[in-house]
Design a binder for this molecule. Structure first.
Ligand code: GAL
Length: 691
């Protein structure tokens, strides 16, 4: 199948971006250091810097008094070394004078406590004053730098997140609700199951955002609040970019997305599938805790790959790694240095999954305050000779060889469906195992088999087109609207294979359960219905027999009532022993599969291998390797770029049958070779056939 491999639009650069957050505003009284920066940037093989992210106090030291001269110089210096600037709008943090004069910009938390000035990422998204002030400074920045030849892209604010519960936000929330429910309070009460605990509203003004000291049990309210927070954040963002779009319509716009740590899952608090529509380019800040003591390097790499594939799939185009650390961060419980080789490997993994950049937080370590020990390219020694600096320079040299990879995408026949709203609703659900819902982690578990087998996966969202995939995997989609059910049905009817699991399809878009059992369309598609969900204690044991093997089950088991479906696997124990645990059903031109329990990885390997065989899903190139080595591919019209990465602590034997060219050394490579611990090879293969 030919698809997805036209060069797509990421930046206007035809080279890989390498650089990062540069905060010269912390060093304005040290011209010697600013001069060293430019020399060191070249030694580090860097070319692009995000500037001005938290520089509002330096740009507007007093209300209406501006100081751009220092930024002019930075722009010119970076341009002088043929570098590029990603210019940030400064709304992520504000000068003290503003909070003092206009307290409405300060956030109010869920307990209705107004915050003091301090920290960052803590403004009210509704405040007219803050919206006006951000637009004004953004306009001045666009006017002054919009035509600067070094300007590559806009970095709007920084890591949008959080929520405000002030009166202005309450008002905005009520207006949002009125619009959503067509001014019909009864419709809202119906959607929120109002009569429960006498929670029927008789006037819009009675509605308050969820609060630990007030309402927090009305699930429809909680869900609508989360949706509102996403929409209000986007509305703030849209307000920020008005002058930017007007004055610099050709400069692409991004904002840096996040992930949630410690387990490394997609950021949960904002619905990025909505936000993505407002951006030209997706970028994100990746801080995996490499070398931690709770998971293997390969397992962590798999989770990074999952988030990359989700954020890449949001726009089906390459993305940018906007921040990463060249060594350690300062906010993990243990801030471990990246071991030798890990920096190149981790950076190339991002490129392998679709990034057109490797960027850092930050260029130079701060001297004071909370980030003074956060890893940076330039340490307090100001040296280009230390290990970290040298490893950064090596990444830069490697990226210089990868210009042809810029703009290329990744092909995928398999998609996993990720849904922010369903995750919110499921986390809110008081039921099942309160500690074991683990929706994002469950998706990563399904993704793992494909990652191990080098089969590319898109991680898509419910509004995206399903039709180009052969296999769609939809684990734990607790909340599903009739509209999504209809789209899934069309996908299967047209020949798609669909996998669903336990705790799926239980509530609609208002978080109201479906009545009369599982949705009739799902029953028809799956030829069965789930009738009970059993939740297991960690000490409970059960197993599923599947293809004469026994697989361990944890946390959830669904009791299934069979109609036309075929039983593929059965529970071994408990009151549902010998009843169906895994089923399949042919529906129109396609086929569905239901996995009733949370099963171990070994089951997924076996289960998905059959589908892989049946659907002839293959890696783009055949590379033989052991577990812990990952092979990822980016495709240009004539070339495949193949990244072979060793995420283990041992040497790994590799066998390739093709004749490939090493993009870094230009050597020809074929047959057997060895990858050292954490080694990565980037290879090119001319493609003379279509997939
Ligand atoms: C990011 C943030 C940066 C920096 C970094 C440290 O979340 O955007 O400004 O604080 O974390 O890891």
């Amino acid at each position: 199948m030919m698809k997805n491999h036209e060069k797509t639009y990421t930046t206007k650069a035809n080279f890989m971006l390498h650089g990062g957050d540069y905060n010269p505003d912390q060093w304005l009284d040290r011209p010697d250091i600013l001069a060293d920066d430019i020399k060191l940037m070249q030694l580090a093989h860097t070319n692009t810097f995000s500037v001005g992210i938290f520089a509002w106090a330096a740009l507007e030291p007093e209300e209406g008094v501006y100081n751009f001269e220092w930024l002019d110089e930075i722009f010119n210096n970076i341009h002088g070394m043929d570098g590029r600037v990603i210019l940030a709008t400064p709304s992520g943090a504000r000068p003290a004078w503003m909070s003092q004069k206009y307290p409405e910009v300060l956030r109010v938390n869920g307990a209705r406590v107004k915050q003091l000035h301090g920290g960052r990422h803590n403004h009210c998204f509704t405040s007219e004053v803050y919206r006006e002030k951000t637009q004004k400074i953004n306009r001045l920045l666009a006017e002054r730098y919009g035509n600067h030849p070094a300007l590559l892209m806009w970095h709007i604010s920084n890591e949008y997140g959080g929520e405000c519960h002030c009166e202005k936000c309450q008002h905005a929330f009520r207006s949002w609700l009125k619009e959503k429910y067509d001014n019909d309070l009864k419709a809202l009460n119906d959607a929120w199951w109002g009569p429960f605990w006498s929670h029927t509203f008789t006037d819009w003004s009675q509605i308050e955002s969820p609060s630990p000291i007030g309402e927090n049990m009305v699930h429809g309210l909680n869900l609508d609040w989360r949706r509102f927070v996403t929409d209000q954040t986007i509305s703030f963002f849209e307000n920020e970019i008005v002058p930017i779009k007007e004055l610099t319509p050709d400069i692409p716009i991004t904002t840096n997305f996040m992930a949630d740590t410690h387990e490394l899952i997609p950021f949960q608090a904002l619905d990025y599938s909505k936000f993505a529509k407002h951006l030209d380019v997706i970028s994100w800040d990746a801080y995996p805790a490499w070398h931690n003591d709770w998971e293997s390097t390969a397992d962590l790499a798999m989770k990074v790959g999952f988030i990359d594939d989700l954020y890449r799939s949001l726009k089906q185009q390459p993305f940018l790694l906007m921040e990463s650390t060249p060594s350690a961060v300062n906010w993990h419980t243990v801030n471990k240095a990246k071991r030798p080789g890990m920096h190149l490997l981790a950076s190339m993994q991002m490129v392998a999954h679709g990034s057109d950049s490797v960027m850092y937080f930050q260029w130079r370590k701060s001297r004071g305050s909370s980030e003074k020990f956060h890893g940076a390219v330039v340490d307090h020694d100001n040296s280009s000779e230390n290990r970290v600096f040298k490893e950064v320079a090596l990444v830069g040299q490697t990226l210089e060889k990868l210009s042809d990879v810029v703009g290329t995408n990744r092909p995928a026949d398999v998609a996993i469906l990720y849904d922010w709203e369903s995750n919110w609703a499921l986390n809110d659900a008081q039921g099942f195992g309160l500690e074991t819902k683990r929706y994002p982690q469950t998706l990563q578990q399904h993704y793992k088999t494909f990652w191990e087998k080098d089969i590319p996966v898109d991680v898509i969202t419910k509004e995206q087109d399903f039709s180009s995939y052969k296999l769609l995997i939809v684990p734990m989609l607790y909340l599903v609207s009739e509209e999504t059910i209809a789209r899934l049905k069309t996908f299967v009817a047209n020949g798609g294979r669909l996998v669903m699991t336990y705790i799926s399809g239980l509530v609609n878009e208002h978080d109201l359960t479906y009545l009369g059992g599982w949705h009739k369309d799902l029953q028809e598609m799956f030829g069965m219905k789930p009738v009970e969900t059993d939740t297991l204690y960690p000490s409970d044991k059960n197993y599923v027999s599947y293809r004469n093997q026994s697989y361990e089950l944890k946390d959830y088991a669904t009791v299934i009532e069979l109609a036309a479906a075929k039983t593929e696997g059965q529970y071994e124990q408990d009151f549902y022993a010998n009843t169906p645990a895994v089923t399949s059903h042919e529906y129109e031109k396609g086929k569905t599969y239901y996995i009733g329990g949370r099963l171990e990885d070994a089951f997924h390997r076996e289960f998905y291998q059959e589908l892989i065989n049946e659907l002839a899903l293959q890696p783009v190139v055949s590379v033989k390797h052991e577990m812990g080595v990952s092979v990822q591919v980016r495709q240009a019209p004539e070339q495949d770029y193949i990244f072979i990465m060793n995420f283990t602590e041992e040497k790994q034997p590799i066998v390739i049958e093709d004749h490939l060219k090493d993009l870094v050394t230009s050597a020809e490579l074929t047959g057997e070779f060895t990858l050292e611990k954490y080694e990565v090879r980037i290879l090119e293969k001319a493609r003379n056939h279509t997939r």
